[in-house]
Design a protein around this ligand. Structure first.
Ligand code: AMP
Ligand code: MG
Length: 484
């Protein structure tokens, strides 16, 4: 379809009008296309040629609305770093409507009723990070929001110590409802009615098979718990750290949303903290499943008017065991092993690995990639050459070799399993920084190249061999600020 044939639908105006704001985007000056994403075009049936036009720029910029589009921002609340903030909301995001069940939202489109002290803008740096990473996550099979396009402009915003150019990224999601949305609705005058309406909306969007079920609100919660256990296991398996797991950044559909100071860890560090403001490490790598559990328990209490909270809390007991099961299953795959062939899913081997990786100071994802192509246990140099300390890994390899022998697993079998889950490329923060530095000079080529790598992480990208090895030491496991 051409852009002008795409018709958007808006389904949010049945809610009480105090729960959203209808408004027009505030366009940026002199918008420039940085990149558009063909995979996302396919999802909404948009042809690629349309993305090269001035109309497309105007569409992302919000200066021209699509047919059917009635832009609005949503209110929500949330627990930020453990403290309840009663009123947040889309402070810089504007929803345009949906097509093919993808809800389109521009981030950085100006002030809304929910902007608080913010300026309603998003700088180029943070938009590039969101645009690339949501695609990288998808390619690893991790549920996430997506991104259609990104524009740069001659509008500037002040961040920390300098003026930065403003940008808009068009994000798409099957749902933008967060735990924080329920937290706001639970504190309204007509809370029961509003919560029921919101739960029905979430069920229709994200759990349609529950629509005619008895106790559907409780079942919605259980399904979200299951999805979140999987999501956390995937994050942990690939060394992803979200950085700001506040309840307002926590999806009701079990997706990764709101990409801020996230990171794929470089060398393995169990207590790694990627967010500079997270002094206590609330959102450290290792804490993520526990914080997810905390967030879900907040949700359980928020649903008390429409669910039996005791039942929800009872179900929460399954969360960590579910998480552990999936984590072990995925980690076994990353090692080329079959979890079902061992009584405890090779738990000991995996715990030993985690300790050894940390002691060895080795790039986390590179380790698995190199393991995938290890030719013989007699020559570990292709892996150990990347470690600062080799002894801990040598010891672990003795255990690994034994498990492989016990399971009668051959190198060929393991390679077949590992090839599917151990990518050559992982998008790390220093790569994004390279793309951002160039983009600030008006060169968007690396943004586009990183998009290709993000979407094809298992493929060869000969021009970018330098990104298929350990992160330079001085750029490893750096913390990022929340400013965006
Ligand atoms: P975040 O930590 O990015 O999820 O943002 C937390 C809240 O602050 C959300 O309600 C955002 O909409 C809002 N916010 C963040 N940055 C801005 C900004 N530059 N202008 C307005 N609101 C913002
Ligand atoms: Mg947010």
């Amino acid at each position: 379809m051409k852009l002008n044939e795409i018709k958007l639908e808006v389904d949010y105006f049945d809610f009480d009008k105090n729960l959203y704001q209808e408004l027009k985007p505030s366009p940026l000056t002199n918008p420039k296309l940085v990149s558009y994403n063909k995979q996302a075009c396919n999802l909404i049936g948009l042809d690629y040629e349309s993305c090269e036009t001035k109309e497309f720029l105007d569409f992302i910029n919000g200066s021209k609305l699509q047919e059917g589009s009635k832009p609005y921002s949503m209110v929500y609340a949330g627990h930020q770093f453990g403290y309840f903030v009663p009123k947040l909301g889309d402070g810089r995001a504007i929803n345009l409507g949906s097509v093919n069940d993808w809800h389109l939202q521009t981030k950085g489109s100006g002030l809304t009723r929910y902007s608080r002290q913010g300026d309603g803008r998003a700088v180029l740096r943070s938009s590039i990070r969101e645009y690339i990473m949501s695609e990288a996550m998808h390619s690893l099979g991790i549920a996430t929001t997506r991104a259609l396009a990104i524009i740069d402009s001659d509008t500037f915003a002040h961040r920390e110590w300098e003026e930065e150019s403003c940008s808009i990224v068009l994000r798409m999601s099957p749902s933008w409802i967060r735990i924080g949305t329920f937290e706001f609705f639970a504190n309204t005058k007509d809370s029961k009615k509003n919560l029921e309406q919101l739960a029905n909306y979430v069920i229709k969007q994200s759990y349609p098979s529950l629509q005619n079920e008895k106790n559907k609100y409780e079942k919605m919660f259980y399904s979200l718990v299951d999805r979140t256990a999987l999501l956390m296991a995937q994050w942990q398996t690939y060394g992803f750290m979200h950085g700001v797991m506040n309840t307002d950044n926590f999806s009701m559909a079990g997706l990764t949303i709101d990409y801020g100071p996230y990171a794929f860890m470089d060398y393995f560090e169990k207590n790694c903290i990627c967010n500079h403001t997270d002094v206590e490490g609330r959102y450290s790598y290792n804490n993520q499943p526990y914080v997810a559990r905390w967030n879900l328990i907040v949700l359980a209490h928020t649903l008390k008017e429409i669910c039996d909270v005791d039942k929800l809390l009872e179900y929460m007991k399954t969360f960590l065991p579910q998480h552990e099961n999936v984590y072990l299953e995925l980690m076994n795959k990353r090692l080329g092993l079959d979890a079902t062939k061992s009584g405890n899913s090779n738990l000991d081997l995996i715990l030993e690995l985690i300790g050894s990786l940390e002691s060895a100071k080795i790039d986390y994802n590179l380790f698995f990639y190199k393991l995938t192509y290890l030719e013989s246990f007699d020559d570990l140099s292709t892996i150990l050459n990347h470690a600062v300390f080799t002894e801990p890994l040598r010891n672990w390899f003795d255990s690994y070799k034994k498990v492989c022998e016990d399971q009668n697993s051959t190198i060929k079998q393991r390679n077949k399993i590992m090839k599917k889950v151990n990518p050559k490329y992982i998008i790390k923060n220093y790569m994004l920084q390279d793309a951002i530095t160039l983009a600030h000079e008006g060169d968007y080529s690396l943004v586009n190249d990183l998009l290709v790598i993000a979407q094809n992480p298992f493929a060869e990208h000969t021009k970018y061999e330098k990104y298929a090895t350990s992160t330079p030491v001085n750029l490893s496991n750096l913390q990022l600020s929340c400013s965006s």
